[in-house]
Design a binder for this molecule. Structure first.
Ligand code: NAD
Ligand code: MG
Length: 383
């Protein structure tokens, strides 16, 4: 029986994870859940899965939730200490890290330090603190299993092979809803247009990241750390159908890929059960019906966020954390209607221009760089 702590259980990944748990009660037991503002959903999840611990962001929400939940014996906590308690729950054998943004870093670190294996959806953890996370994972003898569909595909295509034999990791990108838009049209897109992803149903932040292609930029950095390859070996190809989830090219010219219907339940389930596989309800592929798959070079001029991510890795040190923070601020500003779509990358770039990268030797220093990036991006927004 795998005992799971699910951080961010009310989000898109969290809900899909619980669907897998519900379909395989003989394999999984939930010991902790955490959520943000959606108390109704968290209440429902607590009553269905009876975790020992649940945590929400504020003490006010915790108080409200305690009043809502029928007696289940669940201890309801709040704030960062609450998230950490959920991440380190003594019975948990695996933590699903599915909080969105840099807010996921501290609970994920707590899970690793407590010796838990992590199914990692929160790519921002590796983007902001990759080198420290790798060190910690080694020190505590835990495993990180990718949930991100591209990284799951690479992980699957690498199994049984040597990383030294890899020539190139090729991440596929759908290109998002604006892949064929000329710059002129990109300047005018609405929030609704940007939230309308062609292939994947996800939380709002990652959906906007997909539209700007910052998501792929974050994923390039995530791949660098997860698979411990230089970033020069990580490339991106646009594949609008999202059927090939990513590929690995080996030195002998062979290319291995993982394919499937785009549904996060498949990579989530694999992270939970590797090396075994379980039914997920994900529809199989009908290749003849698909007919053809297409591929294009990414256009870094129209989608500068991807270029900024490569630049952040080249600058190194604190730059990726600052870039990530600026992106979170800019995406929020776009979603609240205060900036236009193309301003997102502009704000990120100007924040990066203003930053002098410096070494990060602790999680506290990562959090400091994150705060610096947020403050600078907000200053630039106010101009
Ligand atoms: P989401 O917005 O749907 O859910 C986020 C979860 O985090 C919710 O439970 C929310 O309540 C919680 N949360 C938000 N802010 C928080 C805070 N400050 N403190 C504590 N909890 C907080 O997001 P999502 O789409 O499920 O994405 C989660 C993570 O998984 C992201 O890092 C994303 O990049 C990654 N990811 C998502 C998908 C996808 O298909 N949704 C695919 C690959 C990777
Ligand atoms: Mg992805």
């Amino acid at each position: 029986m795998k005992k799971l702590s699910i951080l961010g259980s009310t989000g898109s990944i969290g809900v899909s994870t619980l669907e897998i748990v519900a379909a395989h009660r003989d394999r999984f037991h939930v010991v902790a859940l955490t959520g943000g503002n959606n108390l109704q959903l968290l209440k429902k999840q607590i009553e269905e899965f009876h975790p020992q611990v649940a945590a929400v962001i504020s003490e006010d929400s915790a108080r409200e939730l305690r009043g809502m939940v029928r007696s289940t014996g669940t201890e309801i906590l709040s704030g960062i200490p609450g998230m950490i308690a959920a991440a380190t729950a003594s019975d948990a054998t695996m933590v699903v890290a599915a909080i969105v943004g840099a807010a996921g870093l501290v609970p994920t670190v707590a899970a690793i330090r407590a010796g838990k294996d992590v199914a990692l959806a929160n790519k921002e953890t590796l983007v902001t603190a990759g080198h420290l996370i790798l060190k910690m994972v080694k020190e505590h003898g835990v495993s990180l299993y990718p949930v991100d569909s591209e990284h799951s595909a690479v992980f699957q295509s690498l199994r049984g092979h040597r990383i030294e034999d890899v020539k190139r990791i090729i991440l596929t990108a759908s290109g998002g809803p604006f892949f064929q838009y000329p710059s002129r049209k990109l300047a005018e897109v609405s929030i609704e247009d940007a939230l309308n992803h062609p292939n994947w149903s996800m939380g709002k932040k990652i959906t906007i990241d997909s539209a700007t292609m910052m998501n792929k930029g974050l994923e390039v950095i995530e791949a660098k750390w997860l698979f411990q390859v230089p970033v020069e070996k990580v490339s991106v190809v646009i594949h609008p159908q999202s059927i090939i989830h990513s590929l690995v090219e080996y030195v002998d010219g062979c290319v291995l890929a993982q394919l499937g219907t785009p549904d996060m339940k498949a990579p989530i389930a694999y992270a939970l059960t590797v090396p075994e596989r379980v039914p997920t309800g994900v529809r199989g592929l009908n290749l003849a019906e698909l007919g053809s798959l297409t591929f294009f070079e990414p256009d870094m001029e129209r989608f500068p966020a991807l270029k900024l991510a490569y630049r952040a890795v080249a600058d190194g040190e604190s730059m990726p954390a600052v870039m990530n923070a600026a992106n979170e601020v800019a995406v929020e500003a776009f979603l609240s209607g205060s900036i236009r779509f193309l301003d997102i990358a502009r704000i990120i770039e100007r924040t990066m221009d203003a930053h002098q990268p410096h070494a990060l030797t602790s999680i506290e220093e990562v959090l400091h760089a994150d705060r610096w990036g947020r403050t600078k991006a907000k200053e630039l927004l106010a101009l």
